[in-house]
Structure formats: structure tokens, C-alpha cells
Design a binder for this molecule. Sequence first.
Ligand code: A3P
Length: 284
Amino acid sequence: QDYVWCQGIPFPAGGFNPEIIKAAHEKLVLKDEDIITVTYPKSGTHWLIEVLSLIHTKGDPKWIRSVTILDRSPWLESKRGFKFTVERKEGPPLITSHLPIQLFPKSFFTSKAKVIYVIRNPKDVLISGYYFWRFTNLAKKPESLQQYFEWFLQGHVPYGSWFEHVRGWMSMREKENVLILSYEQMKKDPRNMIEKICWFLGKVLEPGELDLVLENSSFQAMKENKMSNIIDVPEELVPASVKITRKGITGDWKNHFTPAQTQAFEETFREKMAGLPPELFSWD
Ligand code: A3P
């Protein structure tokens, strides 16, 4: 498989259609009560969906164990998620998207729908992505880490440049219906992250309910939950051996990057992210 392109952004050919992405951008009407998880792939998307699902059920794991993550919070740019979002009448308003801001549904900008954007250390995003795209048949496969490293810096990877994706979404960070979280903060203090999300959504949980959300969204719990490790494509595209819950740690890049790669990455990072407040990127 290779890519399909939409407005200069490469999408994995396995599973995406530029017409649907365009329709999602131009025609999809978001509702004020929608809660949308937005990320660059491999930044902790599934983790946030699990937390939001559990906040919805006040920690009760019945829903997350019986309904797949794709049905709980569909990807609006996929065929299935687009259809779901257009046709839905009731049910919890959870939606997911990896779209860069310039392709996100236009209706969002005049609605009160809430976006939670997760940002993760891009060096770890790169490593996580390498293991995912290398062993699945969804998009162009890298032959080596060095090759994927180069593609990543150039933005020739699924959903395009990490740098542009993050820059685009960071421009929304002062909006009251946008919450920015970092994977690293979530790892360091998951309870605080859940509290922040509840505050943002205007939800109140009892301490015992919060404990249940925490417990049922842990890495281990998610690893054991088949409903959270499902990718919306046939097995020939994603072999069963590829799991969303791979390692779930911060700093795995240190086990992979050479000193030359570290230096090249940091130079590109400084150049591409110039002008943004450094506290947005507090992971090293
Ligand atoms: P690694 O490949 O580094 O392990 P996404 O959901 O955006 O595809 O992101 C996947 C990454 O999030 C994977 O990173 C995965 O292990 C990690 N992840 C998933 N659930 C997690 C959890 N409950 N706690 C910590 N990390 C989690």
C-alpha cells in the first residue's frame, strides 16, 4: 500500500478515501455536545478515548469491554466514522480524528464542540510510528529506522508532518473549547489528567469513580482489553501481532536514536517549532 493524498497530506491508502476526507472537512456538522479526541497518530489517541469512555460511564468498565473503541469514538475521516457521525441520533458524543487543522470539519470553528488534543514527544511518536507502519500494510512501509526517520522529518508519513500538525493545533490553544494535554503529563500524573478532563467537560466524578477510571484505563488494563486494541481494517492489513499497546513508556527513543539522529532531530525541531512557547514541549 502507499498513500492517498488530500490537499497535499498523505493518508494511509489502506482505509482512507480523499473524497470522504474532503466531505468531512466541508460538510460534516459537529454538534455542540461533541467531544473530539484529536491527535497526530501514535500520540496516545486510544488511551484518551479509553479515559473519555470511562468518564462517560463513571468508571464502569462494562462499555469499554463490550464495544470496540471504533464504535465508542469513531474516526470521523474514515468511511465508517464519517457515516456514523452523519447518521447518529443519540448516544455518547465521542469522536476521534487525526486530521490536521486545515482539514478538520469547518463546522467546528463556529460550534461549541470540545476538542482534546494530545501532544507527545515527537521522538517517541517517531519510534511508535516506525513499529506500527513497518509491520502493518496500511501505508508505505519503511525498510529501516533510518529511512523512516528521514521520512518523518520531511513529513512523508501518514497524516503528514508532525511539526505542521502540532503547530496548526497549537494555534487553537487559547480557545475555551480546546484542551491541550501531553502524553508525558498523563504518564506522570494520570489522576490529575482525569481531573483536568472532567473540569474541561464540566463533569463531576466521586473519588471512587475517579479511581475506577484510573484503574480501567491503565496500560495493563488496556493491553488486556481486546476492545481497545482493534484497528478498523482487515487482518491482511494489520496482522494480529501488531498491538496499539506496544510499550506505553516515555523516552523509548533513547533506546533507538543514534547521536547523529538526535542532533539532526533537534535541529529540525528548533527550526520548525521556532516561536512557540517552550513550556508546550516539556518532555526531556
Ligand atoms: P508505544 O508504541 O510507544 O508503546 P495511538 O493510540 O495514538 O496510536 O498511540 C499509541 C501509543 O500509546 C503506543 O505507544 C501505546 O503503547 C500507547 N498507549 C496506549 N494506551 C496506553 C496507556 N493506557 N498508557 C500509556 N500508553 C498507552
